[in-house]
Design a protein around this ligand. Sequence first.
Ligand SMILES: [Zn+2]
Length: 384
Amino acid sequence: MLKKLTWVLLMTSALGVVFAWQAQQPAQPAAAKPVTKFGVPVKAGPMDAVLVKDYTPASSLVVPETRVTRARFPVIDAHTHSSMSRIKTRADVDAWVKTMDENNVELSVVFTNAHGAEFDWQAELFLGSYPKRFQVWYSIDGSNPDAPDFTARTIAELERAYKKGARGVGELTDKGWGVESNERNALPRARRLRFDDPRLDAFWKRCGELNMPVNIHIADHPSCWKPLDAKQERTPDFQTYNLADKDVPPFDELLAMREGMLARNPGTKFIFCHFSNQGHDTAALGAMLDRFPNMYLDVSARDYEMGRQPRTMKRFLEKYKDRVLFGTDMGRDAGMYHGWWRLMETGDEYMPGRIWWPYYGLELSEPVLRSLYRENALRILNWE
Ligand SMILES: [Zn+2]
C-alpha cells in the first residue's frame, strides 16, 4: 500500500515538472504547425528558398543510357526553320549537311518563313548547292487580309514561289492573333484572318492542285491558356508563350477552326505540326484523323509530349503510322538529333529532357520508324 502511494506521488510530481517545463517554452508560431503530405512530415528547410525556374533535380537512378548518334533508318526531317538553324551563309548550309550525314538525315524540309525576294534568296542558298538534301517551303503574307485583292495576290505569290522551287507552304501559324500574325501586329479580334476563313478557300484549293502540302501551327500547347501559377504545367522557360490573359480565343475555339478548312478542301494535304497541339489527348486527336483523310501530323517540338506517355503514344503512332511525319523544329545541333533517336528508338527510362517531365523511350518498331522517318514523307510531300 505504501509502495503504491509512493509511486503515485512520484508520478504526480514528475508530471508537475513536465507541465512546468512546458509552460516555460515560448508558444509555437502557428505557421510551424507540423504538416503531413502523403504520410511524410514536411519540415521547413533550404529548399523552400529555391525558385521554380532554378529547380533541376539530379537523378540518382541507375538504368541503361543508350547513346544513339545515328538514326537507324534514313530520315526526312519534315520540320526545320532556316532562322532557328541559324543559316545565313553557304558555309552554314555545308555544316548542316555534314551533321545531317552523320545522323542519317537524308533531307530537311526548310521553312523559310518568307515570300517574295527573301524567299528567292533562301531558295537559291539551299537548292543552289544541295537540291537533293533540302526542300524549301514558303509562307504567305497574312497582313491586310481585308484588301480586295488579298486572295488573288496570295494565289499569285503561291504560283510564283512554286516556280522558284517552293514545294510546300508553311509553317503557317495562328496562335490566336490571326494567320501569320502576332501580338504586335494583330488586327482587332473580329477582323483577324483564320484558317477556316472563306478568303483562304481558293488559296487552299490551288495548293491542292499544285500538290503543295501546307504545314499548319494552330493554337499552341494547351498549358499556354492556363495561368502562370503553382499549377502551371510547363517549365518557366515556356512562360514566354503564355496566352492566359491575352486577347485571343480559347484553345478549343481555335482547334475547332480545323474542321472547316479540312472539310471544304478535301484535295489539299494539311500537316498539323506539333501533333496539332493536341498530343496531350491522343483519343480526341485520333478521332479527328478518322474524320478527315486529308489531315496529317508532325511530331516536331513535342518530344516532351511523347516522352511523358510512352505507351499511349506508341499505341497512337502504331495505329496512325501512315498519317504522321517525323520533324524536329529545334535547330541543327548533333545532340538535338541524338535526343530524338534515343526517344524514338530505345526503351531508356527517365531521360532528362528540355522540360521538367522526364522522358521514356518509345522503342518504336521497324515498320513504324520507317513510316515516320521517311516513307510517309515520300508519299505525302511533293517531289517533282
Ligand atoms: Zn516550326
